[in-house]
Write a protein that binds this ligand. Structure first.
Ligand SMILES: [Mn+2]
Length: 314
């Protein structure tokens, strides 16, 4: 269904209220049924696909967020500036890991962050891209946490909200590619040296999932520490993949230890956008959607202070 046909899907009208992003504070005033109805309506607004191809747009840029891990106040603050506010760019791309590892000061942070981000995607279907991280692919490869299920149980008792949130995660792309020559994913890329990389993504084999949402960069402290045996990202396999995909640069999240660092002759940048790993700082990337990106540059990276946590109880 076309995302422009709001209100045109079966199941009733979309009210004006549903067209706006939710306030992540308000979900504790919902009951489980309202949460499910929201999720059902949002799900109708975008197609499921493994790869999102972002067209060229004259003068346009994308803002790229790294892992947010339940830190909805930071996401809300970033949305107020970079999606809806004075520093808005044409596109917003979040690189996955929206849930789990929530700071204790943010009750139900995973659920609030997930519902808020999904509502942003529903409100701005042509501007917001949410990619799956390893914490959004837990039905296939467990990450050892189930925060959304625990939090939904806390709020609403036994309710199928967590399953429905996961259903929406399953619809999200694993990767994005811009016509300007950037490949974006949570962690890595298909490592095969030949063949149709788009078809490999679409098939979502366990091997490709591990490569795309779990891989690490050679030389990072995290490399080899996740209990998964696979060839890490190196200059040589990155060069092979960029040639296969007709891209020049790769933007990823997943690894706070190398957040804000360029690797491999400025062809790779890792960003991280959650106070859960405060030591890593708040980093975003800016990416031109116009012309051809040859290399990343200093202006590709934004380092920001974390916003204050909300003071009123939520
Ligand atoms: Mn991750």
């Amino acid at each position: 269904m076309s995302p422009t046909l709001l209100g045109g899907f079966p199941g009733g009208d979309v009210t004006a209220r549903d067209d706006r992003p939710i306030d992540p504070r308000e979900i504790s005033s919902w009951d489980g049924t309202e949460a499910l109805e929201r999720l059902d309506r949002w799900a109708e607004r975008w197609p499921a696909r493994a790869l999102e191809e972002l067209p060229s747009a004259r003068g346009a840029e994308a803002t790229v967020l790294g892992d947010t891990h339940g830190d909805w106040p930071t996401v809300e603050w970033l949305a107020a500036q970079f999606l809806e506010g004075p520093r808005s760019t044409a596109r917003w791309i979040a690189l996955g890991d929206f849930v789990d590892r929530t700071p204790p000061s943010l009750p139900q942070g995973s659920l609030r962050n997930a519902m808020y981000l999904l509502s942003l995607k529903a409100a701005y279907p042509d501007r917001v891209t949410l990619l799956r991280g390893n914490h959004e692919t837990q039905r296939r490869i467990p990450a050892g946490m189930a925060s959304v299920a625990d939090e939904a149980r806390e709020l609403w008792g036994v309710a199928p909200v967590a399953e429905r949130v996961q259903d929406l995660f399953d619809r999200l792309p694993l990767a994005a590619r811009t016509e300007s020559g950037a490949y974006l994913a949570h962690a890595g890329f298909p490592m095969a040296r030949s063949g149709d990389w788009r078809a490999e993504l679409a098939a979502e084999s366990e091997r490709v999932l591990l490569e795309v949402v779990w891989n690490d960069v050679e030389g990072s402290p995290a490399c080899g520490q996740r209990g998964i045996e696979q060839e890490p990202i190196r200059a040589s396999n990155l060069e092979t993949f960029l040639a296969r995909s007709d891209c020049r640069v790769f933007l990823r999240g997943h690894d706070p230890d190398i957040a804000g660092q360029f690797r491999f002759d400025r062809r790779l940048l890792t960003v991280h956008s959650t106070r859960v790993f405060e030591r890593a700082g708040l980093t975003l990337a800016r990416l031109p959607l116009d012309g051809a990106v040859a290399r990343l540059s200093a202006s590709s990276l934004l380092r920001l202070p974390f916003p204050p946590l909300p003071t009123r109880r939520s």
